[in-house]
Design a protein around this ligand. Structure first.
Ligand code: LLP
Length: 427
């Protein structure tokens, strides 16, 4: 019923995730609620393992920082791409081995460098300037850093402009033509060991050709590095593979990505006589479709358009507001009823742009109905906020017919956390 999403089915008019009735989950745990299928997480990462048996996969923790999800991925042999000290801590707590962690970031502080070096993880250097400061932190600590260099390959991708990262004008990476030179500088630094090249061209990419272009560009740079006496032991091509959000926009699979890039990677490595470790950093394509977000209808307003006002807004799911993203939505307690009316599904936030879904054909809705937003496992909870005095929601993991709370919902006291009032202002 829901295309390739085999973990989502309808029985007796209710939406099920694996063997669990989502309407029961909404009753038991309350809404808004993020619900993740353990089986689907495993299935998705295994698709990467079989498409790229020799590559390491570093899950992009920014997509989903739920510790339980990270533990499942750690069990499946996944590494981590972390973009902050906070994400580094999460990866460590989940048991991801430090040898499979890459500390990325375009604006790392001295403290970030210190923490990364103390944790013993590799660091992706985003600029020449960062290289200098990392080198002094490492010498100060009496240690050395294994370093990758993030290339800005100047490859354009068809995605939302806010999530294209490999354009000449984007803030990430060292311009490709400066990388070999920077590598050379690093080779002369006693506390730096340059080990490879890194790149990430953007997110939600549905066409394989820009990945092929980026790999070719990286291999050109690798060639320059080799010619100037450097060694390239690792090539990390980042993440970015898109998923099918809308029924009419199919997405390539990890196997398609493998088919598009592995021949280039292998041929070029063979020509150069090198055998670097290939690394991928998928986020969205591993977790997005594993998760639904359940939300209750508070009000159905028949105005200029039909509004279904639910208890989750862009505080819970920011993507539609930020990127005009499409998330498929169904009525979880009317899953088999015919779609009869058009609704715009809006949240409780005091902003006109707080729209989760526009003009969707749905069964006739009423207060108390449970709506399920699909494909919310990537950049869903991880971008949730407390805006407008809204505590963040709970997260649940479903395994077969079992449902377990993996993060309890915040209560209103969370809004007070860390605040203090200067005594002179107390009444
Ligand atoms: N590696 C690096 C260095 C990244 O910056 C990212 C994502 C990834 C890997 C994972 O990319 P993925 O496989 O998930 O496409 N909030 C946006 C997406 C931002 C992506 C940021 N970087 C959204 O909701 O669409």
């Amino acid at each position: 019923m829901f295309g390739t999403k085999t973990h989502l089915t309808a029985h007796d008019d209710h939406l099920f995730i694996d063997d669990v009735d989502s309407v029961d989950l909404a009753k038991e745990f309350g809404t808004p609620l993020y619900v993740t299928s353990e089986a689907r997480v495993r299935q998705n990462i295994r698709a990467y393992h079989s498409a790229f048996p020799d590559a390491d996969k570093y899950f992009a923790v920014k997509a989903n920082g739920n510790l339980t999800v990270l533990c499942i991925l750690a069990q499946e042999g996944t590494g981590a791409d972390v973009f902050s000290t906070g994400e580094l801590n999460l990866a460590g707590l989940a048991g991801i081995p430090k040898d499979k962690v890459l500390f990325n970031g375009n604006s790392k502080s001295e403290q970030d460098h210190r923490t990364a070096l103390e944790a013993g993880v590799r660091i992706s250097v985003d600029s020449r300037e960062e290289l200098e400061s990392l080198s002094s932190v490492a010498s100060e600590l009496g240690t050395w850093a294994e370093v990758m260099f993030r290339i800005n390959p100047d490859v354009s991708v068809k995605t939302h402009p806010k999530i294209a990262t490999g354009l000449k004008t984007s803030k990430f990476g060292i311009p490709a033509e400066q990388v070999a030179d920077t590598y050379q500088t690093a080779m002369d630094m006693p506390s730096i060991e340059p080990v490879g090249l890194h790149c990430h061209i953007g997110s939600q990419i549905l066409d394989i050709s820009p990945f092929a272009e980026a790999v070719a560009r990286m291999m050109d740079v690798a060639q320059e590095v080799l010619s100037s006496g450097g060694e390239v032991k690792r090539i990390d091509i980042g993440g970015g593979l898109g998923i099918q959000y809308a029924p009419d926009t199919p997405a390539p699979k990890p196997a398609d990505l493998a088919q598009g890039i592995l021949p280039i990677f292998r041929d070029r490595c063979q020509d150069m006589g090198i055998r670097p470790k290939l690394i991928l950093e998928p986020g969205r394509s591993i977790v997005a479709d594993t998760t639904i977000m359940l939300t209750s209808v508070n009000v159905v307003k028949r105005a200029h358009v039909n509004f279904a006002a639910v208890d989750a807004g862009f505080n819970v799911l920011a993507r539609p507001m930020l990127y005009d993203s499409y998330h498929h939505v169904v009525a979880a307690n009317k899953a088999e009823q015919p779609a009869k009316e058009k609704y715009t599904v809006v949240g409780p936030i005091c902003e006109t742009g707080d729209i989760l879904a526009k003009d969707r054909l749905l069964p006739k809705l009423e207060r108390g109905d449970i709506m399920a937003f699909f494909d919310t496992g990537a950049y869903g909870f991880s971008m949730a906020s407390q805006y407008n005095g809204q505590p963040r929601p709970a997260e649940v993991l479903v395994s077969g017919d079992k449902a377990e709370l993996t993060r309890r919902a915040e209560d209103h006291s969370a809004l007070l956390q860390g605040q203090s009032i200067p005594a002179r202002l107390m009444l």
